[in-house]
Design a protein around this ligand. Structure first.
Ligand SMILES: *[C@@H]1O[C@H](CO)[C@@H](O)[C@H](O)[C@H]1NC(C)=O
Ligand SMILES: *[C@@H]1O[C@H](CO)[C@@H](O)[C@H](O)[C@H]1NC(C)=O
Ligand SMILES: *[C@@H]1O[C@H](CO)[C@@H](O)[C@H](O)[C@H]1NC(C)=O
Ligand SMILES: *[C@@H]1O[C@H](CO)[C@@H](O)[C@H](O)[C@H]1NC(C)=O
Ligand SMILES: *[C@@H]1O[C@H](CO)[C@@H](O)[C@H](O)[C@H]1NC(C)=O
Ligand SMILES: CC(=O)N[C@H]1CO[C@H](CO)[C@@H](O)[C@@H]1O
Length: 675
């Protein structure tokens, strides 16, 4: 009897035990908790992320790739202490940082990721960045109340919930809005709409600018403080087919950083204050691959994918680099050839597909010539033409090139004598598109022919020199696909290098912040003759052209704005921002941006992957952006433009009737500067 009894007991226990195990497994697998769901609590995303312990082999792989790729980034030594007026804003020694990070013990790989990513972001250089897609943007963390910094009638400035907040949130978050409606305190339950436009007196018990400035410290991407502050707030951009809405860093986080926010607000037309607490909710990003466990999360989202690393293009075909995921430009059509070089920032806030509410979109249809992220409008005055340009790429190069000309010609035919170019949130794009737009607006003159942009220099490290030499010695790049091919560049006089000229020799040796550094000789113009014929007269008088943005204009957008402002006297406007902080009309100039994967392709095709200077293949689903060339300055022609000043001519205060309303902003700008 006894053995049978025992058996029965055991099997009963075994059954219970098995059930308990599967229950415990679900409970103990924090990624299973969020698997298969669209909306989750940020703390549950963090629990999944924090469950991955640091694997020392992966950590050193990442640090090795990052450091060796930095040898191709132009600005590491400048960024140890940037020249004035940027010294206060950029002072980060990445080599010391990487040594520190290497020696630091982290509780989880997520903590390691945050430290590395924030360290690089402190460069405030949108070209130089690190993203591990295992974490960043995998889930975006939202609040339904984007903010705006508004100037009141008496000139004082206050943070407000954006007047259009509820329209945006109810359209974009229709499937989640009830969670926020129910989270409001009893008297406001279901009344989320009544929060739109409210004045915000406290954020988590402190003055709102404490939160604005705390975010500016970790936001990266732009050197100027004002520009990073502005990123906290909502804004718009011309996107493909319509205007998109950027929630800003308060209402959209790229990592599950915050669980909730407590605000003290004063709603419109109310005298009493309300204290509300709203939860952040994390939404899975459409590019995150489905998973139902830690193991499948890891396998599907955290390991290197096609395109993470480069290829020998003589052997394999290129896959698109995942870096494109965080370029601040709409996705580029595949037909836009790799030959059109890019200068574009990478931001961990992905290019937004939230739509600007229809009432805020221009009601008139975009005019002939409009393309992807570029749209032409005529203002009601019949003389002010507008080009809203959200990106210098994102459509086929030739389509953009002919569209820009056709659109400006259309405006002129309709009677436009003055032009507003709205580059709000334009993160750059094709370098030669910036040169083209400059050239066709101002006509042929010494500042637009043959060079309508900036001369540049590349970093001149030993591995880079060897890449050039291999291409020459082994004729590895007959189709001129490689960045380091001499045939792809012109000298300072605009004369193409011979196929056998190692253009990195001799290097220009310099000392920057006490460190020996080396750059290429000065590279001259690279865009002309253009592939289309530009008109032989100016389309607009430069004194009648104004460039408008929220300051968040970078890379090729900076190249365009800076040459137009400094060479042609075009006036610049920054809309919004704190009146106590200098508002710069652009930032993160660069000259040409690229990324680890592209550099890896250069190295592999040049048969140099076995060099001790070459980064190893990256093991994780990551991307690293760098500045590959720096443009020379206009006022100080011997130094990079990156570190020269770009103050806006006018800081237009943002009022409730202007905020996120492009047409109203264009009318206000025309009235202030073009009347
Ligand atoms: C606030 O009061 C003004 C003036 O009475 C009114 O026009 C407006 O519609 C009110 N707004 C709200 C949200 O109650
Ligand atoms: C998890 O997903 C895999 C496929 O991705 C599937 O085979 C498996 O059955 C799923 N497991 C559960 C518990 O849903
Ligand atoms: C726009 O193009 C269409 C068709 O090409 C043409 O009929 C129309 O006149 C053009 N409009 C303007 C304002 O040029
Ligand atoms: C451009 O405008 C300025 C100021 O209105 C004027 O002095 C100048 O003659 C104009 N140039 C051309 C080419 O029309
Ligand atoms: C790299 O490989 C090539 C042949 O593939 C060889 O000639 C060269 O010596 C190697 N270099 C190093 C540093 O191992
Ligand atoms: C397709 C291609 O570029 N092929 C090249 C591969 O490399 C050899 C030299 O090693 C070239 O001659 C080929 O043209």
């Amino acid at each position: 009897m006894a053995p049978l009894y025992q058996f029965l007991v055991l099997s009963a226990f075994g059954f219970i035990f098995a059930n308990a195990v599967s229950d415990v497994q679900t409970r103990e697998d924090p990624c299973a908790v969020i698997g298969g769901q669209k909306w989750v609590a940020p703390k549950d995303v963090r629990a999944c992320f924090e469950s991955f312990k640091v694997d020392s082999a992966i950590k050193s792989n990442i640090l090795d790739v990052v450091s060796k790729t930095l040898a191709f980034h132009t600005s590491v030594n400048y960024e140890i202490l940037a020249p004035e007026p940027f010294s206060q804003l950029v002072h980060e020694d990445l080599f010391k940082d990487i040594a520190r990070i290497s020696a630091t013990h982290y509780g989880s790989e997520y903590d390691f990721h945050i430290d590395l990513s924030r360290t690089i972001k402190r460069l405030n250089d949108g070209h130089c960045s690190w993203a591990n897609f295992c974490y960043v943007t995998s889930f975006l963390n939202f609040l339904p109340i984007p903010l705006a910094l508004l100037t009141e009638i008496d000139g004082s400035q206050n943070v407000h919930i954006a007047p259009e907040a509820f329209q945006v949130a109810s359209a974009e978050f229709a499937d989640e809005i009830s969670v926020w409606q129910d989270a409001l305190p009893r008297s406001l339950k279901g009344e989320l709409e009544s929060l739109s436009g409210a004045k915000v007196l406290l954020i988590n018990g402190k003055p709102p600018f404490d939160a604005v400035n705390a975010n500016a410290l970790i936001a990266g991407s732009f050197q100027p403080l004002g520009t990073r502050q502005n990123g906290f707030f909502s804004s718009y951009a011309r996107s493909t087919a319509s205007f998109s809405y950027s929630m800003g860093n308060f209402a959209q986080q790229s990592l599950p950083l915050s669980d909730s926010v407590e605000l003290v607000i004063q709603r419109v037309n109310q005298t009493k204050l309300d204290k509300i607490t709203l939860p952040y909710r994390a939404r899975i990003n459409p590019t995150t691959v489905a998973f139902n466990s830690s193991a499948s999360y890891r396998a599907n989202n955290c390991v290197a994918v096609a395109g993470t690393n480069g290829v020998d293009i003589n052997v394999s075909s290129l896959a698109p680099s995942p870096a494109a995921k965080f370029q601040q430009a709409p996705p580029q059509p595949a037909s836009s050839s790799r030959k059109h070089l890019l200068n574009v920032i990478m931001d961990t806030a992905p290019w937004s597909d939230v739509v600007l509410p229809p009432v805020l979109q221009p009601s008139a249809p975009a005019l002939n010539g409009s393309f992807g992220a570029g749209a032409f409008y005529m203002q009601k005055d019949g003389i002010t033409g507008v080009l809203a340009l959200g990106s210098f790429s994102g459509d086929v190069f030739d389509v953009m090139q002919s569209g820009m000309l056709q659109g400006l010609m259309t405006l002129k035919q309709m009677g436009a004598t003055q032009l507003i170019v709205d580059v709000t949130n334009n993160g750059g794009g094709f370098i030669c598109m910036a040169h083209w737009l400059h050239r066709i607006i101002v006509g042929p003159k010494s500042t637009s022919v043959p060079q309508a942009g900036l001369d540049t220099k590349a970093r001149d490290g030993p591995l880079a020199r060897q890449i050039v030499q291999q291409i020459i010695d082994k004729n590895l790049d007959p189709s001129q696909n490689l960045l380091y091919n001499p045939l792809n560049w012109n000298d300072a006089n605009g004369v193409q290098f011979p196929a056998t000229d190692n253009w990195l020799l001799p290097p220009v040796d310099v000392k920057i912040n006490g460190h020996a550094d080396a750059f290429s000789q000065r590279l001259g113009q690279e865009c002309q003759p253009f592939s289309a014929t530009p008109p032989d007269v100016a389309l607009f008088n430069s004194s009648k052209v104004v460039i408008v943005s929220n300051g968040r204009c970078a890379s090729s957008c900076s190249l365009f704005s800076i040459t137009m402002a400094k060479e042609e006297g075009v006036r610049t406007v920054v809309v919004g921002g704190s009146k106590d902080v200098k508002q710069e009309y652009c930032g993160t100039v660069g000259g040409q941006s690229t990324d680890y994967s592209t550099i890896d392709t250069e190295i592999k095709t040049a048969l140099l992957k076995n060099s001790s200077l070459a980064p190893p293949d990256l093991l994780v689903n990551g991307a690293q952006g760098i500045t590959w060339r720096l443009g020379f300055g206009i006022q100080d022609t011997t130094q990079p433009e990156e570190w020269q000043d770009h103050p806006a001519d006018l800081n237009l205060p943002l009022t409730p009737d202007l905020v996120n309303n492009p047409v109203a902003i264009w009318e206000a700008v025309a009235a202030r500067l073009l009347a």
